[in-house]
Design a protein around this ligand. Sequence first.
Ligand code: DHB
Ligand code: FE
Length: 277
Amino acid sequence: MARIIGALATSHIPAIGGAIAKGLEQDPYWKPFFDGFGPARDWLRQEKPDVAIIFYNDHGLNFFLDKMPTFAIGAAPEYRNDDEGWGIPTLPPFKGAPDLSWAIINHLVEQEFDIVSCQEMLVDHAFTLPYKLFWPKGEGPLTVPVCINTVQFPLPSAKRCVALGRAVGEAVAAWDGDKKVVVIGSGGLSHQLDGQRAGFINKPFDLKFMQSMIDEPEWAAQYSIRELVEKTGTQGIELLNWLAARAAAPRRMRKVHSNYHIPISNTAAGMMALEAA
Ligand code: DHB
Ligand code: FE
């Protein structure tokens, strides 16, 4: 029986990749952001999960606007990163966990989710940066990418993302690999990169949302996509990935650590590490 032992979440601002490459973690601009990760890295070193299921959104590397699946699951032995045009280093390939991927895909289809299964899949900064932040030497576990469309309307509702997460959690529990699994939600928190509200940040909402991740994991699912975009910005809606990851984890979780820092680039940068209570 596989177990979800932890739920992690972090923003995925591309500039983080540049800061890591240039060794700027102690730089005054970056320190308040990177300091958040120490306790999560310690916890991961201690717990040594075997697989990380990463809920993220692709920004045009693997899926462009011409073909945009609502939910896509990777089922490959490895996932390559590639140049996305942000000027950040391309990272070496990430190892997959195809057995678990197929267990998840089979369960989701049984549960009537119409997903896209991907036996080849490039992964962008929303996948690579959380991995690099939690396992800075690349020493982390095997991976399963779960890609949610937060980019091109219509987006799946928050309620639907919670249901997806829950079904992924069921698939892990039923999988006969005797493994420790962590789930990761990538993106957010509030930010808007373009349009009239470019630079929009909503700290009160972000802090309430982070608290809800601990003790009221479906709180944000009361809102429609339109309401969430209004409250968090056109890219803040990436919080759907946090919601799905949290829904995959056990209901009762306790906080290992969290951090919230405004701004990194245009974004309210948040991170959380929760462990099964
Ligand atoms: C930024 C944030 C993102 O989530 C992203 O995907 C790209 C850029 C930013 O704040 O610069
Ligand atoms: Fe993003």
